[in-house]
Design a binder for this molecule. Structure first.
Ligand SMILES: Cc1cc2nc3c(=O)[nH]c(=O)nc-3n(C[C@H](O)[C@H](O)[C@H](O)COP(=O)(O)OP(=O)(O)OC[C@H]3O[C@@H](n4cnc5c(N)ncnc54)[C@H](O)[C@@H]3O)c2cc1C
Length: 459
């Protein structure tokens, strides 16, 4: 029998890789992990965590204004970008240390260098050759680069977390969740913010109502939204960066952030040496047990270009550890995964959008509430909230819940449990609300929206 140095070699210590390595080691496997940049990967260092800290930072401006309606008088608030970035860096360094400690405590051998496959069982890690019975590719993704003249003058999300100076005027290109979140961050911090998106509305895939509602709210807060447009070039100008838009207009900005998607991190990994198949976007192709076409090589997380979320990568890491070292083949259930966009206001969603539900089930009932939350009665803030339930008419099962408004992510996480459990509208109705909250609206909505099919037929 061939003996390998390790039972499992993980490439990439991000969300998925760390979880798979720790769990596999806890099941008794001999595990090593390679990380070339930062423990904790994208989420901890240049993703979810620093982004959310910046969202918190950016909300204070509005909170100070809201406080006046409640009787508070404050001096003129001032914001210091350098303090925020330094404090954020300190917190991220603390988290890096925790991730490294977790791996050490689990008995995982750590290589702080780049790894690449030499064949289906052999890895070159920082010039050393090691072998493993299984290799797990968990190398994540990276921001797609601009493909226009002047691309070298633009930023990607990785850069934004380390800017020396807050831009006074920023242009964000892209209508995915990262672009929308950074638009809220910079606008909240006082930068003049413009978001340009080539489609008619941002956040493709989310409920239409929610997309348009959020656009209106962001517009009210002062983000300049330009849909059905793109940019064609960026050049150094007299006053910052001169950007040319697809309609020929030119405008100056201090920074241009490109947020047009992410590509799987598979270049230079030596996957071709093992014969691992990639799809046309360069993502590793896997089956439901995260196996590639090569039996000893598996892949999880963003490098497989499926649902790019940390909790999904974590679940996949758990499943791999269980499949390989617990003799219990495990898959991940991708149904009803809740997600949020930490925009301002935030939006969150679980289950099917109205459009998807109508397509899949035909007859659905929609319950919808659009209102000014109590907090804003005295604050004078014009922000509204939208809450929506999508119900299958025959079975009464709640197929989707959507919300835009303060604490949307916190609220939808709880609603997601009910939806995952298959709750019907009756169960929502039988649940007593917590008063006074915004969340109680999810259990008090009784009025169905007029059925568009019926009103059209009546015309
Ligand atoms: C700006 C931003 C905001 C986000 N916000 C959220 C959010 O709010 N909620 C959410 O759920 N998700 C969010 N995400 C997505 C989330 O970060 C990813 O889905 C998650 O990190 C994927 O985990 P992963 O393990 O697949 O890869 P990663 O976390 O990307 O880890 C991959 C690791 O592999 C290392 N690596 C790559 N190649 C090699 C090599 N050859 N050798 C050694 N090491 C290598 C990399 O350095 C990296 O550390 C966000 C992402 C971004 C960019």
């Amino acid at each position: 029998m061939t003996s390998y140095d390790y039972d499992l070699f993980v490439i990439g210590a991000g969300s998925g890789g760390v979880r798979a390595a720790r769990m596999s080691a806890s099941h008794g496997a001999r595990v090593a992990i390679a990380e070339e940049r930062h423990f904790g990967g994208t989420c901890v260092n240049i993703g979810c965590v620093p982004k959310k800290l910046m969202v918190y930072a950016s909300h204070f401006g509005e909170d100070f204004e809201d406080a006046a309606g409640y009787g508070w008088t404050l001096g003129k608030p001032e914001f210091d970008w350098k303090t925020l970035i330094a404090n954020k860096d300190r917190e991220i360094a603390r988290l890096n240390g925790i991730y490294e400690k977790l791996l050490n405590n689990a008995g995982v051998e750590i290589f702080e260098s780049r790894a690449r496959l030499l064949d289906e069982h052999t890895i070159d890690v920082g010039g050393k050759r090691v072998t493993a019975a299984h290799i797990l590719v968990a190398t994540g993704g990276k921001p797609a680069q601009a493909d226009i003249p002047g691309r070298e003058l633009t930023l990607v999300s990785d850069d934004v977390f380390f800017l020396d100076k807050q831009p006074e005027r920023i242009l964000i290109v892209g209508g995915g969740y990262i672009g929308v979140e950074f638009a809220g961050i910079f606008n909240g911090l006082g930068s003049k913010t413009t978001l340009v998106h080539r489609g008619p509305a941002f956040l493709r895939g989310f409920d239409e109502d929610l997309r348009h509602f959020l656009a209106r709210e962001m517009d009210k807060k002062g983000v300049a939204l330009r849909f059905n447009q793109t940019i064609t070039s960026v050049a150094k100008g007299q006053d910052g960066l001169t950007v040319e838009f697809s309609d020929g207009r030119r405008e100056d900005f201090d920074q241009v952030l490109y947020a047009v998607g992410r590509t799987p991190n598979t270049q230079g990994l030596g996957l071709e040496n093992a014969g691992v198949a990639l799809d046309k976007r360069g993502a590793v192709q896997v089956d439901e047990y995260f196996r590639t076409n090569v039996p000893s090589v598996l892949a999880i997380g963003d490098v497989t270009d499926r649902l790019q979320l940390t909790p999904v990568a974590l679940a996949e890491g758990m499943a791999v550890a269980q499949t390989l070292f617990q003799e219990s083949p495990s898959r991940v259930d991708y149904a009803d995964i809740p997600t949020a966009v930490f925009s301002q206001p935030p939006i969150a969603t679980v289950g099917l959008s109205e459009g998807e539900a109508r397509e899949q089930y035909g007859k659905v009932d929609i319950y919808r509430a659009d209102f000014k939350p109590m907090r804003h009665t005295l604050s004078g803030n014009e922000e509204r909230a939208l809450m929506k339930l999508i119900v299958e008419r025959d079975s009464e099962r709640v197929l989707g819940a959507h919300m835009a408004g303060m604490d949307a992510a916190e609220i939808i996480q709880g609603v997601a449990i009910a939806i995952k459990a298959g709750a019907t509208k009756d169960i929502f109705d039988a649940t007593i609300g917590i008063h006074p909250t915004t969340a109680e609206e999810f259990v008090t909505m009784r009025e169905k929206q007029p059925d568009p099919g019926v009103s059209e037929a009546a015309e």
